[in-house]
Design a binder for this molecule. Sequence first.
Ligand code: NAD
Length: 528
Amino acid sequence: MTIAAGAGKKKRSGSTARTFVNTNPVTGDEIATFQITTPDEVNAAVARARAASAAWKNTPLERRLQILAEMKAVIARNGESYARRISEETGKPLVDSLMTELMSVPIFIDYYIKHADRVLRRRRVRTPILFPGKSSHIEHFPMGVIGVISPWNFPFQLAMVPVLSALIAGNTVVLKPSEVTPVSGEIIREIFAAISIPVGAVQVIQGDGSTGAALVEADVDKIFFTGSVATGRRVMAAAAAKPIPVELELGGKDAMIICADANLKRAAKAAVWGGLVNCGQMCVSVERILVVDEVHDEFVRLLAAEVDKVRQGAPDEHADIGPMIFGRQVEVVDAHVRDARERGAVILSGGEIPDGPGQYYPPTLVTGVTAEMDIYREETFGPVLPVVRCRDEAHAIELANDHQYGLNGSVWTRDISRGMALASQIEAGQVSVNDLVASVGNPAIPFGGVKNSGFGRYHGAEGLLSFSHTRSLMVDRGFLPTEPFWFPYAQKYPHMVGAFRGLLRNNMPKALASLIRLQRISLRAAKD
Ligand code: NAD
């Protein structure tokens, strides 16, 4: 990221506005200059979103979905041009911009068109015997204005999916995209401007951490944050002071467990894709490859062959991976690899920042990784495949779980039931057998982390419920003048004891008989 001269405090003639520029990670050229939204402007944006709230939440769900579905035509029309702009600011291949960023819109809209009503509509649940004559219901209602703060690695998808989910649930939204990737935020702004959603329902505010902090302080009803653990802690502390709910989607250090009976060829291809796609800048990237001793050497040989085939370069139609999106991340990756080398790991390929322009770090395969290395303990978030030799599967599970992060994990074996049993032992929000990463794009299942990977879930039913308040509704027809438990209490105690004991001993006839007696006493008293 480059903040314009003056560390983001550039004064233009006659203006005190702060600005930042974003740059092309391949060429280093400036793409555009953006104003940093001030706290007053943030408050004004939130006020506009609040003003739009009544119109949007009172729009029937079916109509809300119809309006949002207009986005599909906008993206079908402009998708390739959006993809080029996303690739220009991130350096990611056009394939990734189309398929992992823009494709999220039709996938999630189509899923919620089919399922949102089932998730959000009022439902009746059974009423316990203690409440005779009443019915019980659960319903959901929008929270109000949601603040969405997003990162730079999937700048479109990780902003758009929570924004869409919040809107479908009936909220209005203020989005603060990452200052590293503001163009993706502008694309989101343009898409919403092209559909018939009420004015103000989606606000995009550009800026850096100060703008994000101002959004948490503003009059929002929930913050949905995706980013690093350090920032997540700050966001949560600020939200706690209000208090408002927060959802934190944070980092990961995903374990990939290779069993002795795995399809090693598939697993090697998967590891290389899962660890290097998006240049490894992915919260669900493969960051620890735990291989059982029996197949370790054979697997590393296959892995090395696959790494050699990866094409890195500018985002044309041939590159598999591009440069790093965020220049400073190159230094983090390099520091992790250097630390690993110094502590005895072997760098089988890559491992050096290349000369020349562009924020490149090469695909890097590291073996002999051990638990004390930074590359094992910390999120690397780069194109690095750290391989750890394990005694057996039990050892691999132990290592997978003995970690600060718990976002995703996978198990590779030909024995599906053993694979599922092992996967179910991984302490993570998502696990797969003989597959990886795919669950993040599957709209039907919830996504989120445990431990330092955060908490809360979106996608699936949870993706709408997490942007809704739950309201319980009890209904009595209101025919009777009184209730068994209302005043007066006189003469009721022995029958209360009867109901109490009946319920505790699971003797429902006794409990019911006592309740009827209590009601008779109440009704007699009501006549007086
Ligand atoms: P980051 O924490 O630096 O920034 C994230 C966002 O927070 C940005 O928009 C930033 O401007 C904003 N921000 C900074 N300071 C703030 C403050 N004090 N208050 C409010 N907002 C503030 O993260 P990043 O570098 O953009 O993203 C990379 C991280 O995100 C990695 O750790 C990655 O694993 C994680 N991530 C997690 C998921 C997930 O779903 N779990 C997905 C993608 C990325």
